[in-house]
Design a protein around this ligand. Structure first.
Ligand code: ZN
Length: 440
């Protein structure tokens, strides 16, 4: 009986190792990753660190569960009892989410943590190791984690500093996030100058920037884009859904100029028109500079947000008006995933980025990727990790690899595609498509 059992388990193990899932999954661990989107930052001040604050996204699930805000006070040392007392209940309610799974992936792969979730006694030892890695040894830790993920490069969206061009190009590629340039136009119109944007002044090497009329403001925009292009930026990024709707109306130069020339404060509708005009102008510059445009669509990170801002269909007028621009739209457009796929299928100038979707909902990522492969040629599908801390880039990548291997192996197992094709598609999603799209 014992022999039989041994034989049976050996058989099952061999079958599992030979499964198409494992073949695809193992293949993905052999290739270099071209990561289309990250926000990786240096962790900052360790005094506020309490474990949960350096996990990308997951704190929003605990907040959604009912967690009150928390300010760490490590003056008398880190107190795991206090942390668990505050977080424990809502942590437990959030243990089934994909954000949590990303967190557990990170802990499993980087910290050999082999439990499915945290308990009170796990907090202190993990805190100590994370403190050492992220604050006392960051450069070495960063390099190790980056290498472990086999990242080739990461496109870095510095949402905390839109005008910084000084990045480490051995790890990152520069992107020009244009949110500030768009939103600043109303203030510039009211003041007829830009007065309060230190990072912009530093970039333009100027202490105050005149913007007496629309043309002067447009020349500021052009200068910023030119500088970024010269510094090696690979694309333009729009994350304006966090501040406003993605519907950018086509406003004539004359209308924009007369709004700009008004004296005093502008109303909401006037401000929107100016912003719309500026984003159209930026797209026109993107054509001249041969820069693709990434646009955040769908869900918004955090809590209590205007989720309807990011509906992908709000962008149709731009896609139709600028067929020469290479757009990449983000996040599966979640929850408008069907709209997202339809846009990718229909438009010759639009690529689709799965970025962040596996973390928002792993199940939705699986079903959306199936739908994408049904409807969209696979040279148009990319992936980015979209996290703030280097450790999480591993948890995020792991989640995405599982999603892609699951979808492709299901299709192989049903006889919908060959294993060779599945392997080709896996490599395309995590490496080749981004290289072709961004041309590096
Ligand atoms: Zn992002």
């Amino acid at each position: 009986m014992k022999n039989h059992l041994f034989f049976l388990s050996a058989l099952i193990l061999t079958a599992c190792q030979d499964s198409s899932y494992n073949k695809i999954r193992n293949y993905l661990d052999t290739i270099e990753i071209v990561d289309t989107h990250e926000h990786i930052q240096v962790p900052g001040d360790s005094a506020a660190f309490h474990l949960f604050d350096k996990v990308s996204y997951f704190p929003s699930d605990m907040a959604s569960a009912g967690l009150p805000s928390y300010k760490a006070d490590n003056k008398n040392g880190f107190d795991p009892e206090k942390v668990w007392e505050h977080f424990g209940k809502n942590y437990n309610y959030s243990r089934a989410t994909s954000y949590h799974e990303q967190f557990m992936n990170t802990l499993r792969i980087l910290y050999d943590f082999d439990k499915p979730f945290l308990e009170k006694e796990d907090i202190k030892p993990l805190y100590d190791r994370m403190l050492a890695n992220n604050y006392r040894n960051y450069d070495q830790w960063f390099a190790e984690v980056y290498k472990k993920g086999r990242f080739k490069t990461m496109i870095l969206d510095q949402y905390w500093d839109h005008f910084n061009t000084d990045i480490d190009t051995s790890y990152f590629k520069l992107v020009c996030n244009i949110n500030t340039l768009v939103m600043l136009v109303s203030e510039a119109a009211a003041e007829k100058k830009v007065t309060n944007e230190q990072e912009l002044f530093r970039l333009l090497k100027n202490r105050e920037v005149s913007a007496a009329n629309l043309d002067e403001y447009l020349s500021i925009v052009n200068s910023v884009l030119d500088i970024f292009k010269k510094k090696g930026a690979v694309c333009i990024k729009n994350t304006l859904a966090y501040s406003r709707t993605l519907y950018f109306e086509d406003i004539s130069y004359e209308d924009a100029s007369s709004i700009y020339n008004k004296q005093g404060e502008l109303d909401w509708a006037e401000r929107k028109k100016l912003e719309d005009f500026i984003f159209h102008h930026i797209i026109q510059q993107a054509i001249k500079l041969d820069l693709p445009v990434q646009i955040h669509t769908g869900y918004l990170a955090g809590n209590n947000s205007r989720l309807d801002n990011g509906q992908p269909m709000k962008l149709l007028n731009l896609f139709l008006r600028y067929p020469k621009v290479r757009f990449s739209i983000f996040h599966g457009g979640y929850p408008w995933t069907g709209d997202f796929v339809a846009i990718g299928k229909n438009f010759t100038n639009i690529h689709l980025d799965l970025v962040w979707l596996p973390q928002i909902s792993k199940t939705e990522a699986v079903s959306t990727l199936h739908e994408m492969l049904d409807a969209v040629p696979y040279n148009k599908i990319m992936w980015g990790g979209d996290v703030s801390w280097i450790g999480d880039s591993i948890g995020s990548l792991e989640l995405a690899k599982e999603v892609v291997a699951t979808v492709l192996s299901e299709r192989v197992d049903k006889g919908w595609m060959t294993e060779e094709l599945a392997i080709e598609i896996a490599g395309r999603i995590f490496r080749d498509n981004a290289r072709d799209f961004f041309r590096f």
